[in-house]
Every structure is written in structure tokens, then in C-alpha cells.
Design a protein around this ligand. Structure first.
Ligand code: FAD
Length: 340
């Protein structure tokens, strides 16, 4: 295992921002990981685990510690019967390649999460989700290296405390666990309506009324290609903000300001408001702020067109947050985590 020094983080994050990390190493096995973590601890170095860098923002001053790039592979069938299949997948596997494999196996459960960039190991961190599915729906358990106790532990679904784009891994246990693999339970049934609104709309527009795993995957890939920039072409981290969740009692007041308010009842006394729509209503869609473009096809996405670095990104972000707060009294939150 090689440990590299002074590696520019902008080359390893899809927002293409960030100064050098003091150390960086790829890990391919649990033993390599254990050895690396022990060494880092002995030298009092801070640690950061990186997958594909599609949901992190690095800082201009870089990172004074060790960035571990997760590369542990594996795709194993644990249980297979007439109704379901249980798979154990290495954290370093590519998420979309994994979705494709499961679609080819005619398994249901993650097909609507096609074309999400990133690694399998990062998927529980923000409870990755799209088009009505999220990892929490299919994750049975995961194995992780606990950097506090230096042991490999198994955490079941409940222990991950999943909620909308959240889990313990980006919440109260941030930085404690290094996810090694995830175990998913997928179903041997065809995808069934009702589908997520925009997915159903796509099917209606195309006159599609037979639904296979592949048809759902193809539809999701087509919809995403229309409204999300390819990070290989335009630097971005997908949704830069989480959708806003507000208490239901605030809805009447908000509707007086926004009569055409778009909202989704979460069924728990709260309502989800699409933040991209709020940003558009505030007149910011398509605007260039400090070198960051509010993407013209989807205002939830910020594209790094010519930002000089993190400082520019932070200025653009703070202006957008302030505009939504001042116009609608809603505080929106950044989705990508900070590599700092
Ligand atoms: C164009 C685009 C579209 C996107 N669409 C979606 C979408 O539809 N839905 C969605 O939910 N997200 C979406 N994202 C965000 C991103 O793809 C996901 O969050 C993805 O899971 C990040 O994977 P990664 O490997 O790049 O993680 P990274 O960005 O490298 O890391 C993200 C976080 O996870 C932690 N982490 C990574 N691996 C591990 C591990 N093995 N153990 C512990 N912690 C770990 C990191 O420390 C960091 O805090 C999109 C991003 C882009 C660029």
C-alpha cells in the first residue's frame, strides 16, 4: 500500500475545489485499512474516508491529515430463494455498476437509484435516494470498522438511524465508522406503480404501461440526463441543498406568499418543499454567483464554472441560503459534507 503526499483534493472531488491533503492512500482490504488507521492514530493524524468525492466539498487550505480512499471490492450472494435475494457488496464498488448488476439479475429495490455517482460504501452515509427509493428501504445491515474501539462491527438497519438524507454516519457518529460492506435485501418481483411523480409522468408521456427493472432503470437514466449535469463535464455535487422539511402548521402562511406551492406530505406532521423550486421562485435559477452557476435546468444544483475556490463557493451558498430565509423564512441546508 502506497501513501502519497500533498495530493490536490480538487482532483478527487467532483466540485473540483480544494487544496492538498497531507497524506492519501487507497485501501483494498480490511487488513490494509486496520494497519493504516493504527499508523494514523499513532501519529495523531486526522482521518477522512473518501469514496468518489461526489458529495464532499474540500477547503482551499486542504486537509492536514490522511485521506483514505475506499477501494474494498466484493459482490456476494448471501441468500437466494423464490421471493428475494440477499447481497453483500464491498464498500469500494461503484454504486451504479452495482445497480446495473441487480437489474440484470431482475431484482427490485434499487433500480430507481440508477446513475447516482459514487461508491456503495458512501450510500448509507446520507441514505442515498432518488425517485421514491432510498438505501434505508433495502439495507439489512452493514459492516464497519469502528475507529473508536478498533473492531469490525455489524450495524443493522435500525442502528443506522436513517432518515431523509441522513444517518448516524453524518450525524452523531460522524467520522467514527468506516463502512466496509453493505448487505441489501432485494425482491424477485417486478417494479410496481405507483411510481414517483416525475417517473410516472415520464411513463405516461411515453405511453409505457409495462414495467420491468430495465424499463425503470432506462427511464431514470433518461430523466436524470435531462436535469443533472455530468460531473465529468461540469463540476458539481448533484443537489447542493437538501429539500426543505417544514412543520405542517406553516403551510397556510407559506401558501399566501406562494399560491402555487409545491409540497409533499411526509405523513409525520411535516411537509417536504422542493428547495430547487424555492431557489427558482427567488429568481436565482441560472444566475452566476461568485463563479458558481445555479444550474439552469435544476436550481438545486450548483455548478463550479469559474470559482476561485472554497471561499467563492461559500459566498454563493450563503447568498442563496439568505435569499430563501429572507423571502420564505425557510432555512435550507447544504447536502454535501465538508472535507475539513
Ligand atoms: C450529478 C450528481 C447526482 C447526484 N444524485 C444524487 C441522488 O439522486 N441522490 C443522492 O442521494 N445523492 C446524489 N448525489 C450525491 C452522491 O452521488 C451520493 O451522496 C454518493 O453516495 C456519494 O458517494 P461517494 O463515493 O462519491 O462519496 P464521497 O463524496 O466520497 O463521500 C461522501 C461522504 O461519505 C463518507 N464516506 C464515503 N465512503 C465511506 C465509507 N466507506 N465509510 C464511511 N464513510 C464514507 C465521506 O467521508 C463523506 O462524508 C449526486 C451527486 C452528483 C455529482
Amino acid at each position: 500500500m502506497q501513501i502519497h503526499t500533498q495530493i490536490p483534493l480538487k482532483n478527487y472531488t467532483t466540485m473540483r475545489i480544494g487544496g492538498p491533503t497531507r497524506f492519501m492512500a487507497d485501501v483494498h482490504t480490511i487488513d490494509e485499512l486496520k494497519q493504516l488507521v493504527q499508523t494514523a492514530k499513532a501519529k495523531n493524524l486526522r482521518l477522512f474516508v473518501l469514496g468518489s468525492g461526489s458529495n464532499v466539498i474540500a477547503h482551499d487550505e486542504g486537509f492536514d491529515g490522511l485521506v483514505i480512499r475506499m477501494r474494498i471490492l466484493g459482490f456476494e450472494i448471501i441468500e437466494d430463494n423464490a421471493t428475494y435475494c440477499v447481497l453483500k457488496i464491498g464498500a469500494g464498488e461503484d454504486w451504479d455498476a452495482t445497480v446495473k448488476k441487480t437489474v440484470d439479475m431482475r431484482l427490485s429495490g434499487i433500480e430507481a437509484m440508477s446513475a447516482i455517482p459514487g461508491t456503495v460504501g458512501a450510500s448509507p452515509v446520507q441514505n442515498v435516494g432518488a425517485y421514491g427509493q432510498e438505501v434505508a428501504d433495502t439495507l439489512v445491515s452493514l459492516e464497519a470498522y469502528d475507529t473508536t474501539t478498533n473492531e469490525v462491527v455489524t450495524l443493522d438497519n435500525q442502528a443506522c438511524e436513517f432518515s431523509y438524507r441522513h444517518s448516524i454516519f453524518r450525524g452523531r457518529e460522524l467520522g467514527r465508522y468506516i463502512i466496509l460492506n453493505v448487505t441489501l435485501k432485494l425482491w424477485k418481483s417486478l417494479p410496481k406503480p405507483p411510481f414517483y411523480d416525475s417517473l410516472q409522468q415520464y411513463f405516461d408521456d411515453k405511453g409505457i404501461n409495462i414495467f420491468t427493472h430495465q424499463i425503470v432503470r432506462d427511464a431514470v437514466i433518461a430523466i436524470r440526463a435531462e436535469k443533472l449535469p455530468d460531473p465529468k463535464v461540469l463540476a458539481n455535487t448533484g443537489s447542493f441543498f437538501k429539500n426543505a422539511i417544514i412543520e405542517n402548521w406553516r403551510l397556510d402562511d407559506l401558501r399566501t406568499k406562494l399560491p402555487d406551492l409545491k409540497s409533499y406530505d411526509m405523513g409525520d406532521g411535516t411537509t417536504k418543499i422542493p428547495t430547487g423550486w424555492l431557489i427558482e421562485k427567488a429568481g436565482l435559477k441560472g444566475q452566476l454567483l461568485h463563479g458558481m452557476r445555479v444550474y439552469d435546468k435544476n436550481a438545486l444544483v450548483l455548478v463550479n464554472e469559474s470559482a476561485s475556490g472554497y471561499v467563492d463557493l461559500a459566498s454563493a451558498r450563503d447568498e442563496i441560503i439568505a435569499a430563501i430565509r429572507d423571502n420564505y423564512q425557510i432555512i435550507i441546508e447544504q447536502e454535501p459534507l465538508e472535507l475539513a
